[in-house]
Write a protein of this length. Structure first.
Length: 312
């Protein structure tokens, strides 16, 4: 196995393994991966499999685990490739193999992560300058590595057919908003920088929907945010709705979008606090000025007493 970098976006793939051609959904490829290929499961080791929040949700439901249990047992924290955003990848075993692979293949195949479904078709999405309103160019590319014998199989597909077969469209739809947060594309701007505290919130919300649900329903969250009862009812019972809501919360709280509105009284309260702080600072500055004046007067007086300076 030579590929050490089957990244989520195809970004870490060795460029020399990418066929230099732009593919569309209608482009034809020859590829088939099945238990009969000589390389079967060769690509399930020595790789970074970054998990999206949707991957984590699907996997832990399939394995019947809480988010906490799943994260502890099967993942390692990382910074997501080419970003400074925290996330998790699958924790490989002592032989560098994915914990879900056996000689018979992937034991979680129906729920396998997005990165495993995309391979060997990557998707590029260029945003010129990363600005809002600027058209992005989207195309596909094919990764062809020596060890992967699937390219020698005689099955024809269009890229669109391959992606439908792999269930990639659903992943794209569920991952899109989160990827935009990770890449800070479009509305957030490439240069938006986050504090360590904000990154911790991003990590918690992106990896542990149980904790996010706790935050929404068992903290002062609803004193601050204005959320319709119909949305609350939906996210209470539907994890996918909760997941989508979590993206909106991240966009609002970290990047200041208006996806979830802050209650007007909270805005008033915090603007009062800001004003109070400003007045405190102004009062502090006045006190300092008065102290300086007093120090100066004391100095003048002591000089006068010592005869260094004449009284006026
Ligand atoms: S999750 Fe399945 S397909 Fe993906 S690396 Fe592990 S065993 Fe292979
Ligand atoms: S054909 Fe390619 S994708 Fe399939 S098991 Fe072999 S290396 Fe992995």
């Amino acid at each position: 196995m030579t590929d050490k970098s089957k990244g989520m976006f195809g970004g870490e793939t060795n460029p020399s393994n990418i066929i230099p051609k732009k593919y569309t959904l209608d482009s034809k490829i020859k590829f088939r991966c099945h238990p009969g290929v000589s390389c079967f499961t060769a690509c399930c080791g020595n790789i970074n499999i970054i998990l999206t929040p949707f991957d984590i949700l699907r996997l832990r439901r399939f394995l019947n685990m809480t988010a906490d249990e799943f994260l502890l047992r099967f993942t390692t924290p990382i910074f997501i490739e080419k970003t400074d955003m925290p996330g998790v990848k699958i924790h490989l075993d002592e032989n560098g193999r994915c914990p879900f692979v056996t000689d018979e293949g992937c034991t979680i195949y129906a729920e396998r992560p997005s990165a495993c479904r995309y391979y060997p078709i990557g998707m590029a999405n260029f945003h010129e300058g990363g600005e809002e309103g600027v058209e992005s160019e989207q195309f596909f590319f094919v990764v062809k590595e020596d060890h992967c014998k699937g390219h020698e199989e005689d099955t024809d597909w269009t890229i669109g057919e391959w992606r439908a077969d792999q269930g990639v469209d659903e992943c794209d739809e569920m991952n899109k908003e989160w990827l935009e947060l990770v890449m800070r594309r479009k509305s957030f701007g490439h240069q938006a920088s986050l504090s360590d505290q904000a990154k911790k919130v991003f990590f918690m919300v992106s990896t542990d929907l149980d904790k996010f649900k706790e935050l929404v329903f068992n903290s002062s969250f609803l004193d601050t945010y204005d959320v319709d009862q119909s949305i609350l009812d939906e996210i209470q019972k539907d994890d996918i709705a909760l997941l989508k809501f979590s993206y909106k919360y991240l966009a609002s709280s970290l990047f200041g979008t208006n996806d979830i509105k802050i209650k007007p009284e909270k805005i008033k309260e915090s603007s009062k606090k800001i004003k109070a702080k400003q007045s405190e600072k102004e009062a502090g500055a006045e006190d300092t000025y008065k102290e300086l004046l007093k120090d100066r007067d004391d100095l003048i007086e002591s000089h006068e007493k010592a005869g260094i300076r004449k009284k006026k």
